[in-house]
Ligand binder design. Structure first.
Ligand SMILES: *Cc1c(COP(=O)(O)O)cnc(C)c1O
Length: 388
């Protein structure tokens, strides 16, 4: 069988997951990266959103993911730690990293500003602004982005119990930002996996309420991440609905031309771009013991999102099916998938399962617990579940 190399990322390239198991018969988990999927979604964001599309690096900091996104035209990155700032700045010289975590160490602020030339920093509290002001000299080149708190029921994971200022506090914070001689911006994150585009309209309305009480225009408005991926049990509207809702809502802000509009998709940009081939290492009644689990790449399952799963068709399977409980490889009894999955009745030791939609927070949240760490990547050309 011919095995090429995916040019973009220097990964070994296969036609399908079936070709991967035929070639490698892997006893360890293998990530299947689909550059064509990642690039297609990236282009939809770049065409559909009329502003800067920042990739939220924490969602998938793999070098291949960053390279594929760069090749698709992504030139802006939402970074939340000094290592993330350094990673993207040193991988791609001319891109822009904005520091979007509301809590930063003094060392991270200093190095981001003086070594990597970062100009945009998020705050949601006066003490963080004062910390920055003790490190970065005043001047309009530095933009302090005030993050607003927002609760929206359509988001699967809310983030505002930890971050964000209410409208009144945000107005006061902007006054302090301006008094210190910086430019200001406004941001919110509606929550991750936001299933309803109206969440963005609600966030933009909060921005409008802050702007109404200010005399000067913002340098940027950042509508955050939260765009949903398509899980078995959690699917939002089409991306175009989100872009249309956002475009309509932003018009109500009457922003000046030099105000940057920004979004920070993580999950919505890269979830579909990777799947994971796992192997069954033991069948015990209706239990299947796999080589990856809750301490590996499946944190999203633990939190309630169901990833699509299929058998890799390395052999013929029974047309009858049954419910299985899936266990991960570690010695911890917490290492079990919630719920059950329906698979062929004759799954056996050595068979392979492919989980889709693992590109967001899958590789990013792996641990080394118990010595297990999935770290093999190949590129595949087909779509997840496409018949072979
Ligand atoms: C996590 C995060 C993102 C990405 O969120 P998704 O829900 O994955 O799109 C964007 N911006 C900030 C500030 C974040 O913390």
């Amino acid at each position: 069988m011919a095995v090429g190399t995916c040019q973009t990322v220097n990964l070994r390239n296969y036609a399908s997951p079936e070709a991967v198991v035929e070639d490698l018969a892997p006893s360890y988990p293998v990530f299947c990266v689909r550059p064509h999927e990642i690039q297609a979604v990236a282009r939809r964001f770049i065409e559909g959103f009329s502003g800067d599309v920042l990739f939220a690096v924490k969602c998938n900091p793999g070098a291949h993911m960053l390279s594929i996104l760069f090749e698709a035209g992504i030139r802006h990155f939402d970074t939340a730690s000094l290592p993330e700032v350094a990673l993207v700045s040193e991988m791609f010289p001319d891109v822009r990293a904005d520091f979007m975590h509301p809590v930063k160490s003094r060392a991270a602020i200093l190095a981001a500003h003086s070594i990597y030339g970062v100009t945009h920093f998020v705050v949601d509290h006066l003490t963080e602004l004062e910390k920055i002001a003790s490190i970065i000299p005043p001047g309009p080149d530095t933009v302090i982005v005030v993050r607003l708190a927002i609760y929206h029921k359509a988001a699967v994971y809310e983030l505002s119990s930890k971050f964000g200022a209410p409208v009144d506090e945000a107005v006061t914070l902007v006054h302090h930002v301006l008094a210190k001689g910086y430019g200001y911006g406004l941001a919110f994150h509606v929550g991750s996996q936001c299933l309803d585009a109206s969440g963005y309209a609600a966030g933009i309305d909060l921005v409008r309420r802050v702007l109404e009480r200010l005399d000067s225009a913002p340098r940027c408005v950042d509508i955050g991440g939260g765009f949903p991926a398509r899980y078995v049990n959690s699917q939002g509207a089409d991306l175009d609905t989100y872009f249309a809702t956002i475009a309509n809502a932003t018009q109500t802000l009457s922003l000046p031309d030099d105000c940057r509009l920004m979004c920070e998709p993580g999950r919505g940009l890269c979830a579909d771009g990777e799947s994971l081939i796992t192997q069954v290492h033991l069948c015990k009644g209706d239990g299947l013991y796999l080589n990856d689990g809750m301490y590996g790449s499946f944190i999203e399952e633990k939190l309630g999102l169901k990833l699509p799963v299929r058998m890799v068709q390395a052999r013929d399977f029974s047309s009858e099916s049954r419910e299985y409980t899936l266990y991960g490889p570690t010695c911890d009894s917490l290492d079990v998938f919630p719920g059950t999955v329906n698979l062929p009745a004759d799954v056996a030791e050595g068979d392979w399962l492919e989980f889709g939609c693992i590109g967001a927070y899958g590789t990013a949240c792996r641990t080394h617990f118990n010595g297990f760490f999935a770290d093999t990547f190949v590129a595949v050309e087909n779509d997840f579940g496409e018949s072979i």
